[in-house]
Design a binder for this molecule. Structure first.
Ligand SMILES: [Fe+2]
Length: 309
């Protein structure tokens, strides 16, 4: 069939009708967004001359994504989670907020309720053969004032790229901890160096990325939520210099301001001081939080998470 079979007016009328515009009942916000979505979808179908087979294949594809519970992968894979971050960055700038550590995507693998400790924590359970890794840092306000009592919620993958609760292979809350900063705003985590990971082989997300000619891999990274009373909650992560996938993360999570260099420590004296008997790695990730501001868009996003149980 040729493209452009339907006039824009007819598509707009149909989208308006489907969105209940002539009905007094219903939710005005849902009506507005539905109408615009439908109108644009109809335009794409008509402009690209999407066949019935193609349309229903797409519906089946969305159904598969839902069955696999993988919208948490699909959303960042199609850049939408990063797009939401870009919008929030700009909304903050317009609200007069321009500073603090850069945010980036949460990703799909956060689990609430990780063990909480003061000042420092060991995140791994000792079973992972990965490289021992110390992460240290300070949480401060914009002027460099330390923020004691900030909650630094950290989660990351193991040396195989798997997450506890998700891969079914790790102890509950392995590599997931909350650390309350000390009087100087410092935190210290002992853990293991994470590996990157890819979308599961049979996932709908990998399927679409392959059709788009893209890979489905993430570089290694460590996720953070940081919160403190009177400050805006921050969702972020850091990556490592030199990672093969650093600048082609399928999830668009890498930001240049959030790349740290892993320092390899081989000096016997340093190893002894750390209470270890083998070389280790360390990195610093300092966090600057921005003070709460009336009228600024919220940063503590409400979304469905895996429930630990
Ligand atoms: Fe992740």
């Amino acid at each position: 069939m040729p493209a452009n079979l339907i006039s824009k007016k007819d598509m707009k009328d149909l989208a308006e009708q489907a969105a209940g515009r002539s009905e007094s009942k219903g939710d005005p916000r849902v009506k507005e967004v539905t109408e615009r979505l439908l109108y644009r979808l109809m335009q794409v179908i008509d402009e690209c001359d999407v066949s019935m087979d193609e349309f229903w294949a797409a519906v089946g594809f969305i159904a598969k994504t839902a069955r696999n519970n993988e919208f948490g992968l699909m959303v960042p894979g199609l850049a939408l989670e990063h797009f939401l971050d870009l919008r929030l960055d700009e909304a903050e700038r317009r609200a007069g907020i321009d500073g603090g550590t850069m945010r980036t995507i949460e990703g799909p693998l956060y689990v609430a309720g990780a063990p909480l400790s003061k000042g420092e924590a060991r995140m791994d359970d000792g079973t992972d053969p990965g490289e021992i890794f110390f992460i240290s840092g300070r949480v401060t306000g914009e002027g460099g004032t330390p923020i004691p009592g900030a909650i630094v919620d950290i989660w990351h993958a193991n040396s195989k790229g798997g997450y506890s609760f998700i891969d079914g292979e790790q102890a509950p809350f392995n590599l997931r901890r909350r650390i309350e900063t000390d009087a100087q705003g410092r935190y210290l985590a002992r853990t293991i160096v994470p590996n990157g990971y890819g979308c599961p082989p049979q996932s709908a997300t990998r399927e679409i990325l392959t059709l788009l000619g893209r890979h489905a891999e993430r570089p290694a990274h460590v996720h953070y939520f940081i919160s403190a009373p009177g400050y805006r909650q921050l969702t972020t992560q850091f990556n490592f210099t030199g990672d093969k996938y650093l600048h082609t993360d399928f999830a668009f999570g890498t930001r240049d301001e959030l790349i740290v260099t892993l320092e390899r420590v081989n000096d016997p004296e340093e190893i002894r001081k750390a209470g270890l008997n083998r070389p280790f790695a360390r990195a610093t990730f300092d966090v600057v939080l921005v003070q709460d501001k009336a009228g600024a868009p919220a940063t503590n996003v409400q979304r469905e998470h895996v429930i630990a149980g």
